[in-house]
Design a protein around this ligand. Structure first.
Ligand SMILES: [Mg+2]
Length: 361
């Protein structure tokens, strides 16, 4: 089997309520990989808020795509190495990591389809059903918006809800968390997300205000470049730290693990160099007793979670319009059943590219 063409573009996809209060849209860099045997793979990188999507597309098209044309798409590991080592001067973090991720996801989609297996089974299934948490709670939400969103997820059976703590005043964040906690009652546990906004002292001060809420985790406390400070926060606060959505490869995750900087790691398959590297990160975490909770894109992250013994929750953000994907996996009783379709199981809705393709993308 040989790769004959890769068609790529940027989709700009508007968000639905409540997320539209914070983000008008997200973007997807899509790569459709065609083969001489008729099997096609869908790869994409989900660009949260859309920033940098056009750059991801240019790197994918000009530097990575030429490395794949004519190759056997089932040799995913070999092609991953070829892409990862393609430009010595461009590290596969940030823009380039997102571009490689999209293609790796598309290659695995073909490998699964060729094997007639969903990826989680190809990788040795652990479970066919993954628990999820409702995620949102953005800083621009009023308290009524927060509660409405949290209750919507609870109505889907989610036993966990995550919200942002973006107010500069730690007491204001405490008040918002308390409001949601009271509305949800004892059946739902919560997480909070700093999104890299504080320094070490700021986090210690903030976490102290939240320790009595029995939070599952305290997420991304400091800049994702600064594992040293993340470790300081982790050893200084009483809430387990989670991080990793802005870490890009096994070496960055190894550093987090060695520093004991987090108890939960959150690789994003669309950033952390695709399914291939995310699986390596997950196995490295398993060897150190650390749990893995993949960041967003739950519709394909579930394939990874279904194949690892140390998976803990996938992140459900219900922002997508119904005409983006065919057969989006839905949350039922707080769980998402992994599709039994070959590959990662996701297909763009037939009109999605025509409808959402960005001008010039
Ligand atoms: Mg986060």
């Amino acid at each position: 089997m040989k790769i004959t063409a890769i068609d790529s573009c940027v989709l700009t996809v508007p968000t639905s309520r409540q997320m539209a209060l914070e983000f008008a849209h997200h973007k997807l860099v899509v790569a459709e990989i065609a083969t001489d045997e008729g099997i096609r793979g869908l790869g994409y990188s989900f660009i949260f808020g859309g920033g940098g999507a056009e750059s991801v597309l240019v790197y994918l098209e000009t530097r990575l795509k030429p490395l794949l044309l004519g190759e056997d798409p089932r040799s995913v590991e070999s092609l991953w190495e070829k892409m990862y080592r393609g430009d010595r001067g461009v590290r596969r973090v940030g823009i380039a990591g997102m571009a490689l991720s999209a293609l790796d996801i598309g290659l695995w989609d073909i490998a699964g389809k060729a094997a007639k297996l969903p990826l989680y089974k190809l990788w040795g299934a652990v479970t066919d059903r993954v628990a999820c948490y409702g995620s949102g709670g953005w800083g621009k939400y009023r308290e009524a918006d927060l509660v409405a969103e949290a209750e919507r997820y609870a109505g889907m059976g989610c036993a966990y809800y995550k919200m942002k703590i973006h107010d500069p005043d730690p007491l204001a964040n405490r008040k918002r968390v308390e409001t949601v906690k009271k509305a949800l009652g004892p059946g739902v546990r919560m997480m909070v997300d700093v999104n890299q906004r504080l320094d070490v002292e700021g986090n210690i001060r903030q976490a102290r205000q939240l320790e009595d809420f029995d939070l599952v985790w305290y997420e991304e406390p400091v800049s994702s470049d600064d594992n040293f400070s993340c470790a300081l926060v982790s050893e200084s606060i009483a809430i387990p730290v989670a991080t990793g959505e802005n870490h890009y490869n096994r070496y960055e995750f190894r550093d987090l693990i060695e520093r004991r900087a987090a108890r939960y790691l959150m690789p994003d398959v669309c950033r952390a160099n695709g399914f291939s590297e995310t699986l390596r990160i997950a196995r490295l975490a398993a060897a150190h007793g650390v749990q893995v909770s993949p960041h967003v894109v739950y519709e394909i992250s579930i394939q990874v979670s279904g194949a690892i013994p140390n998976g803990f929750l996938v992140e459900l953000m219900d922002w997508m319009p119904p005409d983006l994907f065919e057969e989006l996996p839905l949350c039922k009783d707080g769980h998402i059943r992994i599709p039994d379709r070959p590959g990662h199981g996701m297909t763009l809705h037939k009109g999605a590219i025509a409808k959402y393709r960005s001008a010039g993308g």
